[in-house]
Design a protein around this ligand. Structure first.
Ligand SMILES: NC(=O)C1=CN([C@@H]2O[C@H](COP(=O)(O)OP(=O)(O)OC[C@H]3O[C@@H](n4cnc5c(N)ncnc54)[C@H](O)[C@@H]3O)[C@@H](O)[C@H]2O)C=CC1
Ligand SMILES: CC(C)CC(=O)C(=O)O
Length: 364
């Protein structure tokens, strides 16, 4: 991979490689765009097959955060970290503390939170070294684990997408095929079960599947069979790039609405599902509940205020479908336009000169 060429093409600001031999930390912090404010995005810990795969994931996820934060109306830019390692085997206290010190070194340009493979306890360790971390234990006045709030946002966004596809936002009696029943999807399943939806689940982790089968009477299918289920809604809640050349022909669902980041392998896959008439709730809009929740910490965390804002994901998804129909464009393009237009508007107002003391010659 030609890193500078890639960064230039997609306009990335910074890529930071962090190494600490004692703890085994190998982390990559990607900062995409800080026009709207400091880059906020979670830390993913994953056993990447190659370093290139890890870099690519960090870069793609960071750009997604720029769009997510902009579309959510937050005054935050986009960034993300990946830590290379097995979250079940390779974690230790020193690793997260060393990582916290690297974050502190960025002096507020990047603020972290949880993502796949990291927990509130990990964030608490980072917090030993820096304040630029959210989603730490509630005892510190923080918002805690963002996953249940993300799930609520996905639930209301799914209802808005169902309204678009089926004419009603009721999920009662609808069949939802859920890919990955981890932190976010388990709570999502809870909401869906309560509303009377039927659940089909698949996960590479049998214990997660068992939990959903026992709690919600979900039907278990194999990980490769989840795409072709006779479901009304497909909810991707595991990893990215799962809407691709090989999965699209298998899809029977009329709605795609799930928490996973970077669901489209490529933009052409967003075009393809649009042509097929599938109502796609853009990933970074429907899954923005978690970041809306942790971002509320910047104002002194208030759970009700955060949840009210997350409930607005319903209206935002509705608006995106309206723009998509009005302009004859796929929903992912409509979402990108909302985000890009906001960044352009704010950057224009920020281009005005503001005295910050640096231009007072006498004070040198
Ligand atoms: N946790 C949060 O608040 C947010 C999460 N997201 C995204 O939502 C997705 C899920 O996040 P979490 O629930 O936090 O992660 P998690 O790690 O708790 O859950 C992911 C689940 O997917 C399963 N999985 C992995 N590969 C799979 C495959 N090929 N087929 C089926 N299952 C597979 C895992 O075993 C795990 O149970 C991720 O893409 C994450 O980036 C997005 C916004 C916020
Ligand atoms: C988990 C969130 C708090 C932030 C994030 O990284 C995301 O929304 O993907």
């Amino acid at each position: 991979m030609e890193i500078f060429k890639y960064m230039e093409t997609y306009d990335y600001e910074q890529l930071v490689f962090c190494q600490d031999k004692t703890s085994g930390l190998k982390a990559i912090i990607a900062i995409h765009d800080t026009t709207l404010g400091p880059a906020l995005g979670g830390t993913r810990m994953w056993n990447y097959a190659t370093e290139e795969e890890a870099i690519e994931d960090a870069l793609r996820l960071a750009k997604g955060m720029t769009y997510k934060n902009a579309a959510a109306g937050l005054n935050l830019g986009g960034g993300k970290t990946v830590i290379i390692g097995d979250p079940l085997k390779d974690k230790n206290e020193e690793m997260f503390r060393a990582f916290g010190r690297f974050i502190q070194g960025l002096n507020g340009r990047y603020i972290t939170a949880e993502d796949v493979g990291t927990t509130v306890a990990d964030m608490d360790l980072i917090h030993e070294e820096t304040n630029y971390v959210t989603g730490i234990s509630e005892a510190f006045g923080s918002s805690g684990n963002p996953s249940p709030v993300t799930a609520y946002g996905v639930y209301v966004g799914m209802k808005a997408a169902a309204k678009e596809a089926f004419g009603s936002d009721s999920l009662e009696g609808k069949t939802v095929a859920v890919q990955g029943v981890g932190n976010v999807a388990y709570t999502l399943c809870e909401y869906l079960h309560k509303e009377g939806a039927k659940l089909i689940v698949a996960d590479i982790n049998q214990a997660s599947v068992d939990r959903a089968v026992n709690a919600f009477g979900a039907l278990q299918v194999g990980v490769n069979e989840i795409y072709s289920q006779e479901a009304d809604i497909f909810a991707p809640c595991a990893l990215g790039a799962i809407i691709n050349d090989s999965t699209i022909p298998q899809l029977k669902a009329k709605v795609i609405a799930g928490s996973a980041n970077n669901q489209l392998k490529d933009t052409m896959h967003g075009d393809l599902i649009h042509e097929m008439g599938i109502a796609y709730a853009p990933d970074y809009v429907i899954n923005s509940g978690g970041v809306i929740n942790v971002a509320d910490e910047l104002y002194g965390y208030n759970h009700n205020r955060a949840m009210n804002r997350v409930a607005g994901i319903y209206d935002k998804i509705e608006r995106i479908f309206e723009i998509s129909k009005r302009d004859g464009i796929p929903t992912y393009v409509a979402a990108d336009r909302l985000a890009e237009e906001r960044i352009a508007r704010v950057s224009k107002s920020r281009s005005q000169f503001l005295q910050n003391g640096k231009h007072i010659i006498t004070g040198r």
